[in-house]
Design a binder for this molecule. Structure first.
Ligand code: HDD
Length: 712
């Protein structure tokens, strides 16, 4: 049986601290009060002189209520403003003592509570979830030795090499300064102007133009610490380390057209998905892996380990799984927890240390600095979600929003408080900075080992499947097609030649600029090498292959086979999928056998983009297609275009045939046919096990991109 640090249970742990001393009084425990605890008699009418007279200053409840409302907002994060968070726990698989002394990585029976916040980067707090953007993946481990924050992204590299450029990059990617357009999007002049003039962005831009930038769910994306960090063992020996989070459900993305429509249909798509999964007990799970590089191998790569625009290919240094994280509790209050959580790359614990990566060094300044403004002063670590479970004893005093009532001397050294708190000195529990010899001239200069900006961009391109490449080309065309300044488009294309001439040529063709000047064939700085582990088509990113939590729509109209639908709900539900019956209206529809079929949602309130797959059950084909003013047919056509699995049974196959998609459909009496994720069976009655299996496999594969184009 697992034990938990500080005796807390994982689900309750982080919240328990809040409940103990910070939780608001039970709303049901007494009447509405003022901030001072005085009971309020009436809150719907202000105190006024006569029924039609002016409002009186004397009404302290009215003034307090409005003042408090006027002050509800705090500055949103300058980047990563839009986010969603959850609590959970982390447990190591085995002791990592061989390379780090971090306490939370020693004992598989110790669970460490965590809070994770996922985010987009560019858009404001109220922007849509499914924009093309990097996703933040920030984890706060409440360890017994203090808080450790792993503030990562869902891409393993970054746009720039030195944090001094961060304000330039962020100014460029944020909306245009004069009209604040576009919200949440990178497809505009200033970003691409910056990109074309900063070739170090090339590798990251390949990732940003790939499907990684439009994850299906926070539960189906990887996370990366990005930088090379340093593990330190009990003897003070260092090992370079890169951190990887891998989702149990596999790495899956939306397609761009779908992502755009989802912004309108459900701007909270990813946030809702995370929330609902946790509410339904389908706890998101990620495996933590590390790539370890001995100190003596620091210079054995053809790139610099300190350069955050580079990965270590997994084929070169395998990712070693060291533990798992489960997110099992939703916050109670978005503002108090998800908004007020404050991450900081410099929140480290003994056993984890930094390297001289110039991007990381800048971050170690910026995160503390930003919280001072955003959270209104220096005491933000006292906010419940930020409080360590480890005891805090400091000489820090006063400041805005001080919650602690400190006693005794507030300076070191003192004799009046018995010298307390004492420093840990050589106590092995204390954080001791890794001893590293550093000497050099004071210069503003980047090492020559940071100068190759193309080999890994090319490696990424080479590692992609055909459909991934097509999506990348389409994304470049879309983004640059929104850039008004032709010279900016041209410059980006000229730069892409260094990655792959064909890529550059295809992009140029789509955006109406001159094809790149370079000759056909491989550019001099590009490479033939690939890293298959990077492809979403690879086994590496497939996950457990299950269909758990996939949203499957079953379209129903009057006369549909209700028993068949019930059978599908049972069979697919048993695999963990969520099966919803959609019909032209809410309530029920009369089934073929006379019974009523319960409707989960009315078709006009939903759309194909909100589901992972669709089934057309046996029923009147015409009626299914024209259901809700053609919404049924539109639903199926969208699912087809977006590569989603489509199942059809009995006369439902007839509805599919109207699409003339060029895929093979089952023949009469021919059993189940599965072709490019279209699974058909003309038999009436209960769906066969073969159909259910074939359909489940199609759903597990997520998308079927190689499907023939839709006709008509
Ligand atoms: Fe950053 C927020 C991730 C480079 C400065 N960053 C922020 C968040 C994530 C990242 C996930 C949101 C945390 C949350 O949910 O509250 N940032 C990264 C990664 C980077 C990176 C993976 C490169 C490897 N960031 C970076 C640089 C700087 C910053 C180079 C400045 C020099 N980042 C910030 C910030 C933010 C922030 C301005 C805004 C809100 C906050 O810190 O708390 O300080």
């Amino acid at each position: 049986m697992a034990e938990y640090v500080s005796g807390h249970q994982p689900r309750e742990d982080a919240k328990q601290r809040q409940r103990d001393s910070h939780r608001a009084a039970d709303p049901a425990g007494g009447p509405l009060t003022t901030d001072q605890g005085t009971a309020v008699d009436h809150t719907d009418d202000a105190l006024q002189a006569g029924e039609r007279g002016p409002t009186l200053m004397e009404d302290f409840h009215f003034r307090e209520k409005l003042t408090r409302f006027d002050h509800e907002r705090i500055p949103e994060r300058v980047v990563h403003a839009r986010g969603a968070g959850a609590y959970g726990f982390f447990e190591p698989y085995e002791s990592c003592a061989a390379f780090t002394r971090a306490a939370f990585l020693q004992d598989p029976s110790v669970r460490t509570p965590v809070f994770v916040r996922f985010s987009t980067v560019q858009g404001p707090r109220g922007s849509a979830d499914t924009v093309r953007d990097v996703r933040g993946f920030a984890t706060k481990f409440y360890t017994s030795e203090g808080n450790y924050d792993l503030v990562g992204n869902n891409m393993p590299v970054f746009f720039i090499q030195d944090g001094i450029k961060f304000p330039d990059f962020v100014h460029a990617v944020k909306p245009e300064p004069h009209n604040e357009i576009p919200t949440g999007a990178s497809a505009h002049d200033t970003l691409w102007d910056f990109v074309g003039l900063q070739p170090e962005t090339t590798h990251m831009m390949m990732w940003l133009m790939s499907d990684r930038a439009i994850p299906r769910s926070y539960r189906t994306m990887q996370g990366f610490g990005v930088h090379t960090f340093r593990f330190v063992d009990a003897e003070g020996r260092g090992t370079f380390v890169k951190f990887h989070w891998k989702p149990k459900l596999g790495v899956h993305s939306l397609v761009w057209d779908e992502a755009q429509e989802t912004m309108g249909r459900d701007p909270d798509f990813n946030r809702r998905d995370l929330w609902m999964a946790i509410e339904s007990g389908e706890y998101p799970e990620y495996e933590l892996g590390v790539q370890l590089v001995p100190e003596e191998d620091e210079h054995s790569f053809d790139f610099d380990l300190l350069d955050a625009t580079k990965i270590i290919p997994e084929e070169q240094v395998p990712v070693r799984p060291i533990g798992r994280m489960v997110l099992d509790t939703n916050p109670d209050n978005f503002f108090a927890e998800t908004e007020q959580v404050a991450f900081h790359t410099a929140n480290v614990v003994p056993g984890i240390d930094f390297t001289n990566d110039p991007l990381l060094q800048a971050r170690n300044f910026s995160y503390l600095d930003t919280q001072l403004l955003r959270l209104g002063g220096p005491n933000f670590a006292q906010i419940p979600v930020n409080r360590p479970v480890a005891p805090v004893r400091t000489h820090q005093r006063d400041g805005f929003h001080q919650h602690e009532i400190h006693r005794g001397a507030s300076y070191h050294k003192n004799s009046l408080s018995g010298g307390c708190p004492v420093v840990a000195g050589a106590d092995p529990q204390a954080f001791q900075h890794y001893t590293e010899r550093v000497d050099g001239a004071k210069i503003r200069k980047r090492s020559a080992s940071f100068q190759d900006h193309y080999t890994q961009a090319s490696l990424f391109w080479n590692s992609m499947s055909d459909w991934e490449r097509q999506h990348i080309v389409d994304a470049f065309r879309f983004e640059l097609g929104k850039v008004g300044t032709v010279s900016i488009r041209q410059r980006v294309v000229e730069n892409l030649v260094n990655v792959d001439t064909e890529l550059a040529r295809s992009v140029a063709e789509g955006i109406g600029v001159s094809p790149p000047a370079a000759p056909a064939g491989q550019a001099p700085s590009a490479t033939d090498a690939s890293s298959p582990a990077l492809s979403q088509a690879s086994e590496n990113l497939r996950g457990d292959g299950s269909v758990r939590t996939r949203q499957i729509a079953v379209l129903a109209t009057e006369g549909v086979d209700g028993e068949q639908i019930a059978g599908l709900q049972d069979a697919l539900g048993a695999e963990g999928a969520v099966v919803e019956v959609l019909a032209p209206h809410d309530g029920t529809v009369p089934g073929a056998g006379g019974g009523e079929v319960a409707v989960t949602r009315a078709l006009p309130t939903v759309a194909s983009v909100l589901y992972d797959a669709v089934i057309l059950p046996d029923g009147p084909a015409e009626a299914l297609a024209s259901a809700a003013g053609g919404a049924g047919l539109r639903f199926v056509r969208d699912a087809y275009r977006h590569g989603k699995p489509i199942g059809a049974l009995g006369s439902g196959v007839g509805t599919l045939a109207t699409l003339e998609p060029g895929v093979r459909l089952a023949a009469d009496g021919g059993g189940t046919e599965a072709d490019h994720g279209v699974v058909t069976d003309r038999s009436a009655g209960r769906a066969s096990d073969t159909f259910v299996r074939a359909f489940t496999d199609a759903v597990a594969a997520h998308r079927h991109y190689a499907r023939p184009p839709m006709q008509g």
